[in-house]
Design a binder for this molecule. Sequence first.
Ligand code: C5P
Length: 299
Amino acid sequence: MSVTVRVPAKVNVQLAVGPLRPDGFHDLANVFLAVGLYDVVTVAPADELRVTCSGPDADKVPLDPSNLAARAALALAARHGREANVHIHIEKDIPVAGGMAGGSADGAGALLACDALWGTQASREDLLEICAELGSDVPFSLVGGTALGRGRGELLTPVETGGSFWWVFAVADGGLSTPAVYGECDRLRADSFVPEPDPSPALMDALRAGDPVALAGAVSNDLQEAAVSLRPSLRATLDAGTEAGALAAMVSGSGPTTAFLVSDEAEAEKVAEALRSSGTCRAVRVAAGPVPGATITVG
Ligand code: C5P
């Protein structure tokens, strides 16, 4: 017997970062949009906890107990007084360490899959609590759709969204460490007043209207300058997407994946082709969102 769960990637259409908190995190106004690029997580009974991974970037995924999927299985097992004897297999399609919540997706996927495999029947609240312990972005991977994350990003409220938005993603060579990008953001702002983060009313209106042009005028990412500071080559990728006609060009979360908002699928293919031939990125993907969060497909 096995259970399979499909979990989407995310892009942040607003990532407003407040001052550094005493616990080392930052308060956020973080508007997540789940997009149709997926990791697929399958769990099956085994003699001991084991994680395997397949896909073009599988060699970049840590398979030790730091893997969020392994940590999710251990957290659920501990709550229910059982062993986490399970083989977790991840079919990885979300860019690794790219600012698209790939690790968080695997954590949410493993949690939902183990809950079904073991019949633990954890409540939605319990699952969300475990997700929040695993990482700031993990609750959103479970929930999907469009949502505003407050606190460190884990306190979610759904955001009404009136249509589907098309995106092109340019995958950079290598990853960026999320703590390093937040650290660089603090360093760059050391001499400035940093206000408490608030969701943008114009962004909420654009999402509700399903209007990509209005959304393009309202997207923002406070981590972008820090990501570009640590990886200056991202500037050329952002410029290539803008020159190709993208409505908006931004770093996805903490990067280094860059995200380009376009008006429709045909535009997406056009911008994708231009980015592919620009020589400024390693791979290019097209996806639309919002899409549902972690979903059981087999089991
Ligand atoms: O919660 P998660 O494990 O994904 O966070 C990774 C790191 O990103 C944290 O250790 C912290 O350095 C940074 N972070 C932050 N503020 C947030 C979320 C993450 O400073 N709201």
